[in-house]
Design a protein around this ligand. Structure first.
Ligand code: C2E
Ligand code: CA
Ligand code: CA
Ligand code: CA
Length: 280
């Protein structure tokens, strides 16, 4: 039994060691990624659909990492950046790059296009965050009124004392705050009135099987009603089919994001899509 235990231990520590090594290699590669220009932003349109017309109102910036010609998914590397703290620096690059890009679209025929940027809690909880955002806006000439910062419920759940003050500071700059992935985390309706939130994004897991799944349909319907009652904009994400489009239109959800309109694409590739969605 002893020998067995020992070999198990050896096996375990080897895998653990491998895991630690893998982590460190990944962290090192990520810290070079900024220097080597391996990060890129993709953009996905957010479209307002009303009375038979569709018009793009904004884009969400989504981070991509290219390593040796392979694209690595943010779900794989964002958690590593968050744990190591590198997300603070990378997140600021994302914000600056997105503002710079969308500003150039403002100046070239797409005025007022909103820019949504995802935030990690590490960024928001880092002291002086609102001032840093203000500096990026100043530097890029991007209007605060076109910036949307997307946060998740888990960020609010951490209950860090300065969170409310920071969000209020951002709001007073004219920035909108969106609650992303609504309903998937540790939802508390209390957040909706305790914090200055302007937009709810209905998570794609609710929409994917609505309207076929009655219960998921009921949840989507309730979230949409809640958002409208609170005079927030409600964006449904992950829309892929005409059935989903019809369902959302019937429920009065006018802001749509999903492959139905476009997958996230590079700045160059999304530009013609934005132009065509601005004139429909
Ligand atoms: P998210 O913020 O919920 O972003 C939406 C995700 O849904 C994106 O995945 C998008 O490509 C995908 N999506 C959009 N429409 C559809 C659709 O119709 N069907 C399906 N199946 N999926 C759709 P992506 O780009 O892989 O990003 C994954 C997550 O990584 C994001 O989820 C966000 O949490 C995180 N992320 C991405 N960029 C950043 C960033 O710059 N900073 C931070 N902190 N997180 C980021
Ligand atoms: Ca998001
Ligand atoms: Ca989301
Ligand atoms: Ca998500």
């Amino acid at each position: 039994a002893k020998a067995y235990g020992k070999s198990q231990l050896a096996l375990y520590s080897e895998t653990l060691q491998e895991e630690v090594n893998h982590r460190l290699t990944l962290e090192n590669a990520l810290s070079e990624a900024l220097l080597r220009n391996q990060f890129e932003l993709y953009y996905q349109p957010i479209v307002k659909v009303e009375g038979g017309t569709s018009r793009v109102i904004g884009v969400e910036a989504l981070l991509r990492w290219w390593q040796d010609g392979t694209m690595i998914s943010p779900d794989e590397f964002i958690p590593v950046l968050e744990e190591s703290g590198q997300i603070v620096e990378v997140g600021e690059w994302v914000l600056r790059e997105a503002c710079r890009q969308v500003k150039s679209w403002h100046d070239n025929g797409l005025p007022g296009l909103r820019c949504s940027v995802n935030l990690s809690s590490r960024q928001l909880h880092e002291g002086g965050f609102a001032a840093r955002v203000a500096a990026v806006l100043e530097e890029t000439g991007f209007p605060a009124s076109s910036l949307v910062l997307e946060i998740t419920e888990s960020l609010l759940m951490q209950d860090v004392p300065d969170t409310l003050a920071t969000l209020r500071e951002l709001e007073s700059l004219g920035i909108r705050i969106a609650l992303d992935d609504f309903g998937t985390g540790f939802s508390s309706l209390g957040y909706l009135h305790r914090y200055p939130l302007h937009i709810i994004k209905v998570d794609k897991s609710f929409i994917t099987r609505a309207p076929d799944d009655e219960r998921l349909g009921a949840i989507s319907r309730a979230i949409i009603g809640l958002g409208r009652g609170l005079r927030m904009d409600v964006i449904a994400e992950g829309i892929e089919t005409p059935e989903q489009m019809r369902f959302l239109r019937d429920e009065g959800c006018h802001y749509i994001q999903g492959y139905w309109f476009s997958r996230p694409l590079s700045a160059d590739n999304i530009h013609p899509v934005l132009v065509s969605l601005s004139t429909l």
